[in-house]
Write a protein that binds this ligand. Structure first.
Ligand code: NAD
Length: 314
């Protein structure tokens, strides 16, 4: 039996719903507690309603189950966050501090805190963006994640709290729907394609961004959390790369399988956000420190996405 008991905060989101199932397989369904703002009646396993702005509620669940690891996924994402900057800052920072403080005070062994490519701005080299570079994020979301990276390092140095973090690229999966990010188009496009609908893209056709297939992103998260403590040399957040492509390239990859698929372009405010983000990421530190290697490229991912979504819609 596993000696770990894990809590996922924001477990109903795009990443959380997939990660929770993987963690149930890894640690056993009894040892995983999923949580989110609202009850999930369909959920199989332990589920607790937690609003992560409520310190006492997180602490009560951590004590009740004897939690040893927390995956803190709750956040307001890049595009959604711009609708209400101060509220986004408030929620992203408050939930993070609550998780870090509950972990520190209750001897939680490990915390996963996701960061994002949104920490980079126009002062960072856009191609093969290095691990360590100037961070001038252009969104309130990016500012909150960049601050969160510094706080992760601070909690490790000051209190020895074993916080581990990845700067996720845009995540593309068939298992769940995205929650208001700038890379959401790359999930929606596959849904439109399998339903034989045309797709209107909110980014320009040549707006290249770093992306990753969900299966790779989940594996990266679990591999990082499994790595020996001494291997984790970066205590802010690791750069992580899967693939990079522009809307025109993903459309071409889809057309190889579905030749009638059509895309048009109607860039909106999200194009401004994307314009300040990297085109590709240098993830050599993750590769060296804990052996990261992606398995999916654009064509490999497209094949699986179309197959799985076709099954889901049929
Ligand atoms: P999502 O928006 O799909 O899910 C977030 C979940 O958090 C939702 O289910 C929401 O109900 C929950 N939540 C919101 N406020 C909460 C609160 N106060 N208390 C408890 N739960 C709350 O997001 P996601 O795409 O699954 O992302 C998870 C994490 O990964 C986030 O921190 C995000 O910033 C990061 N990330 C995601 C991507 C991506 O492409 N999806 C890329 C980079 C980083």
């Amino acid at each position: 039996m596993s000696s770990e008991t894990v809590l996922i905060i924001g477990a109903k989101g795009q990443i959380g719903s997939v990660l929770t199932k993987e963690l149930q397989l890894k640690f056993g369904i009894e040892n995983v507690v999923a949580s989110d703002l609202r009850e999930d009646t369909e959920f199989i396993g332990h589920f607790e309603v937690i609003d992560a702005t409520d310190f006492d509620r997180i602490e009560a669940v951590v004590k009740q189950y004897g939690i040893t690891q927390i995956y803190h996924l709750a956040a307001i994402l890049s595009a959604k966050g711009e609708e209400n900057p101060l509220l986004t800052w408030e929620i992203n920072m408050k939930t993070m501090f609550n998780v870090f403080e509950v972990a520190r005070k209750n001897s939680v062994q490990k915390v996963f805190y996701p960061s994002s490519i949104a920490v980079f701005g126009d002062a960072a080299p856009p191609d093969a963006t290095p691990q360590s570079t100037y961070l001038n994020p252009s969104t309130v979301y990016g500012i909150s994640k960049s601050a969160g990276e510094n706080w992760s390092e601070y909690y490790f140095n000051r209190y020895g709290l074993d916080i581990r973090s990845i700067r996720y690229p845009g995540i593309i999966g068939y298992q769940s729907l995205p929650g208001g990010g700038t890379t959401d188009y790359a999930v929606d496009i596959y849904h439109k394609a399998v339903n034989e609908e045309d797709f209107s893209c909110f980014l320009d056709k040549d707006s290249m961004l770093p992306m990753i297939f969900m299966n790779d992103a989940i594996r990266a998260t679990i591999e990082l959390m499994d790595a020996p403590k001494e291997s984790i040399k970066t205590r802010s957040s690791y750069n992580l790369a899967g693939m990079s492509f522009a809307p025109e390239e993903i459309a071409n990859a889809i057309q190889k399988i579905l030749p009638n698929f059509k895309i048009s372009y109607a860039p909106d405010f999200r194009q401004e956000i994307a314009a300040n983000w990297p085109r590709s990421i240098d993830d050599s530190d993750a590769r060296i420190d804990w052996g990261w290697k992606p398995q999916y490229d654009l064509d490999g991912m497209t094949k699986v996405m179309l197959e799985k979504l076709k099954e889901q819609y049929s």
